[in-house]
Design a protein around this ligand. Structure first.
Ligand SMILES: O=C(O)C1=C[C@@H](OP(=O)(O)O)[C@@H](O)[C@H](O)C1
Ligand SMILES: C=C(OP(=O)(O)O)C(=O)O
Length: 427
């Protein structure tokens, strides 16, 4: 589906969708439990993939209006009756690969074309180190994957700079092994706040984890038991980044994003980045409400080591700013649904922006040019599509984004929300 956005202003109030990261974890944690209810989950293509995986491991998932009730497999996943298809979801793939290593038999895990090009090697090695067997069918460290368990727990050594999701996966599975898992990191941990999210979520399910000098550890023999049998998902700052950016470049009067209380999400950094760029932005942390006004932006340097998912948003903000916006420490952003560093460089250039791409940095030379609407590729990647939609708000004329239906991965009603705050969206 193509979506065409014309230069528009936005006004009014919107609610940020529920967090994708917390929803994935809460659903799988409920699978590891005896039973639990997840309130206000994100219902999207990616989180449904995690629900299907929980079912394949023997859980039952009951979706109602505002919640999902899960009868879990209580720490003992069954051997799936079929291949598990994770679609486009890297989080699902990594988290449930470690679950597979607990099952007494073989599990086959795959996904769409993008997913089958993403790196899984370090997690496969970790499962081998723990006494399981884990293989890539093409021997290239990518899905399809074949995993054989069960593992009992032990010490593993993995790199930290490819994906933090390996750590999350091992901590979640490690809690129900006999011996627990100690993870030694061979290199600096990128995307570190996502592990903090995991630790916070696990604590809410009564599971202890520790930070060690060289990594993380989780004692074995633990039971997943959420307080009062339920968990409520907070709002998503990665999704909110597009809405806040829309306000900064196109608010006409008051524009408010709700549902955003403080959280372990690293992507809360979008508030501070917008402030540094000169945005008039105000966060009522108690009410979870952020108001933002159209502002004159100036370029800044942003290190996305902890916040890879903000790169597309910051690149678009850089195009609206005067001076240079340098995005640094971004090599790991190349391992996402697409190579997002290359994708943003290429599509912003089509809109008339001067960009310098290096392996670990992206510089946007803002202010030298007026953005001209154009036809741009969405790379079947929800974040590229949403970020380019925001560029469409201030580009001259019309911006057409290809493959825009892929927003269903994390923010299914994104275009309805834009429409509702006054954006001229044509589908
Ligand atoms: O654990 C998570 O929920 C996520 C971790 C990050 O990935 P990496 O750890 O692979 O950088 C992030 O990019 C992804 O959108 C969600
Ligand atoms: C990279 C992302 O997710 P995942 O790794 O789950 O595919 C994302 O949502 O930007």
């Amino acid at each position: 589906m193509d979506v065409t956005i014309s230069r528009s202003s936005v006004s009014g109030r919107v609610r940020a969708p529920p967090s994708k990261s917390y929803t994935h974890r809460a659903i799988l944690a409920s699978g590891y439990a005896d039973s639990a209810t997840v309130r206000r989950p994100l219902m999207s293509a990616d989180t449904r993939a995690t629900m299907r995986a929980v079912e394949q491991y023997g859980g039952a998932v009951d979706v109602t209006d505002e919640s999902v009730t899960i009868t879990g497999f209580d720490g003992r996943p069954a051997v799936p009756t079929d291949v598990i298809d994770c679609g486009n979801s890297g989080t699902t793939t990594r988290l449930i690969t470690a679950t597979a290593a607990l099952a007494d038999g073989m599990t086959v895990i795959t996904g769409d074309r993008s997913l089958r090009s993403r790196p899984q090697g370090p997690l496969l090695d970790a499962i081998d180190q723990l006494g399981g067997r884990a293989e890539s069918t093409r021997s290239n460290g990518q899905a399809p994957l074949v995993i054989r368990g069960p593992i009992n727990g032990d010490v593993v050594s993995i790199p930290g700079d490819v994906s933090s999701q390996y750590v999350t996966a091992l901590l979640m599975a490690g809690a129900v092994t006999a011996e627990g898992i100690t993870i030694d990191l061979e290199t600096e941990l990128k995307s570190a706040p996502y592990v903090t999210i995991t630790q916070e979520l696990l604590a809410a399910f009564g599971v202890d984890t520790d930070r060690t000098e060289t990594g993380f550890s989780v004692p074995g023999g633990q039971a997943y038991r959420p307080e009062d049998g339920e968990y409520t998902v907070p709002g998503d700052f990665s999704s909110a980044s597009y809405l806040l950016a829309a306000g900064a470049v196109a608010a006409d009067g008051s524009f408010v994003v709700e549902g955003l209380v403080p959280s372990a999400q690293g992507d809360v950094a979008i508030v501070e980045i917008l402030e540094r760029m000169g945005t008039d932005i105000n966060w009522d942390r108690t009410e979870g409400r952020i108001s933002v006004s159209r502002s004159a932006l100036s370029g800044v340097t942003v290190d996305v080591g902890d916040t890879p998912d903000l790169l597309p948003t910051v690149a678009v903000l850089g195009a609206a700013a005067t001076g240079e916006t340098q995005i640094v420490n971004c090599e790991h952003v190349r391992y996402k649904e697409t190579d997002r560093v290359a994708a943003m460089a290429s599509e912003l250039e089509k809109l008339g922006v001067r960009v310098t791409e290096e392996h670990d940095a992206l510089t946007i030379h803002g202010g030298d040019s007026t953005l001209r609407g154009a036809r741009v590729a969405g790379y079947d990647d929800h974040r590229i599509i949403m970020a380019l939609s925001i560029a469409g708000l201030f580009a001259e004329g019309e911006t057409t984004i290809e493959g825009a239906e892929h927003v269903d991965v994390s923010f299914p009603d994104f275009f309805d929300v834009l429409d509702g705050v006054g954006v001229d969206v044509r589908r």
